[in-house]
Write a protein that binds this ligand. Structure first.
Ligand code: NAD
Ligand code: WQD
Length: 337
């Protein structure tokens, strides 16, 4: 069974590639390395002791996409490739729409031509906008509050229209909550460019001494300690969710959305405490203004993924924190040696 993984060199993609290889799937990876390094792919081979075909190419390059499908007998696609920074998407929306939406259109058109109609798409909890209530079910209202989230919502709608026009497609829309953590080998992890936007990579950089302190954005939210609450999920649990989704998508037809989270919300202060306990590193912090666009609470109802995909996140907050730190400690400069 050969699976095309777009964005396979990235944070979630690399962990998923490793799980796929370990489970006996053959993979082909396409990634333009705009937000990732070749070294991640080398380490996937090292850890799995398996080789795979890699195309350094852009989804906007239709010729290469054509070549990838022509030369490889692809049966299903896991589509991670996309730009993911909310803040950047507000600054350069056209770039985000072009990369994420046009890239997906090119991919779907090529899939259709080669009669490959099984896809897992990386959506996001961002499609719930400002949630009316938590935990968030898949039936909750969808709304985008930034261009990044809108690209995800638009792509979900495109995929629903595609299925509406041709019921032989089989598509899983996976709405990830907040992936953190790293592979237990300490060889794969998240390697942000520049100053991290997300909480865990920032905490890691404070722990390793690259930054003095963490700014906690807001302490007057409607939460148990006033700081923002999120559903943090270990990236390896998330990667395994893709294998469960593949097992569903391959033999069936249809389109459905699934929340991938743990179902538990932790605040920023809970995460800091969890990190300090798991790693014995002190994380100095100060309270700062709320970050525009942040919601007070976001965590998933995960019953649907549990019942239909037979998937559940298993790793604890301690695992997430310790594994994040091990990755940072072993790779202080990420994938740059
Ligand atoms: P990432 O940036 O680490 O990985 C994305 C990969 O896609 C990168 O390797 C990048 O080089 C590649 N890429 C981007 N545009 C491309 C293009 N046009 N052609 C070819 N390759 C391209 O991000 P990630 O955290 O691994 O996220 C993977 C997917 O999951 C993304 O679609 C993201 O929007 C989505 N997602 C991520 C999170 C999160 O917090 N990390 C949460 C929800 C959803
Ligand atoms: C988590 C909490 C911040 C940094 C984003 C996207 C989402 C998904 C995951 C892609 C919030 C607080 C953060 C800092 C802080 N990505 N924080 N100091 O915003 O929940 O989700 O990434 O799809 O769609 O929106 O994640 O890690 O940025 O923030 O206090 O330096 O940490 O305010 O409460 P977020 P995050």
């Amino acid at each position: 069974m050969r699976i095309l993984v777009t964005g396979g060199a990235g944070y979630i993609g690399s962990h998923t590639c490793l799980e796929l290889l370990n489970a006996g799937y053959e993979i082909v990876v396409i990634d333009n390395l705009s937000n990732s390094k070749l070294e991640a792919l080398k380490r996937i081979s090292e850890l799995s002791k398996k080789d795979f075909q890699f195309y350094q190419a852009d989804l906007l390059d239709k010729m290469t996409l054509e070549k990838v499908f022509l030369k490889n007998n692809i049966e299903a696609v896991i589509h991670f490739a996309g730009l993911k920074s909310v803040g950047e998407s507000i600054e350069v929306p056209l770039h985000y729409y072009h990369n994420n939406v046009t890239g997906t259109l090119n991919l779907c058109q090529t899939m259709e031509r080669y009669n490959v109609k099984k896809m897992i798409f990386s959506s996001s909890a961002n499609v719930y906008g400002v949630p009316e209530r938590v935990p968030i079910t898949e039936a909750s209202p969808l709304s985008a509050i930034n261009p990044y989230g809108r690209t995800k919502l638009i792509i979900e709608e495109i995929l629903r229209d595609l299925y509406g026009s041709d019921n032989s497609w089989s598509i899983a829309l996976l709405r990830y909550f907040n992936p953190i953590g790293a592979h237990e080998s300490g060889r794969l992890g998240e390697d942000p460019n520049d100053i991290p936007n997300n909480l865990m990579p920032y905490i890691n950089q404070v722990a390793i001494g690259k930054r003095d302190k963490l700014n906690v954005f807001g302490n007057d939210y409607d939460t148990h300690d006033g700081t923002g609450v999120r559903d943090y999920i270990h990236v390896v649990d998330l990667a395994k969710g893709h294998l469960k989704a593949l097992e569903m998508v391959i033999p069936t037809k249809g389109i459905d959305a699934f929340n991938l989270g743990t179902g538990t919300g932790y605040s920023v202060l809970d995460l800091i405490k969890g990190y300090e306990n798991a790693t014995s590193k002190k994380i100095p912090y100060t309270f700062a203004h709320r970050r525009p666009g942040d919601v007070d609470k976001s965590y998933a109802d995960v019953d649907k993924a549990n019942k239909i995909l037979g998937w559940k996140a298993l790793k604890s907050l301690e695992d997430m924190c310790y594994d994040s730190w091990r990755w940072q400690k072993n790779n202080p400069n990420g994938y740059d040696e």
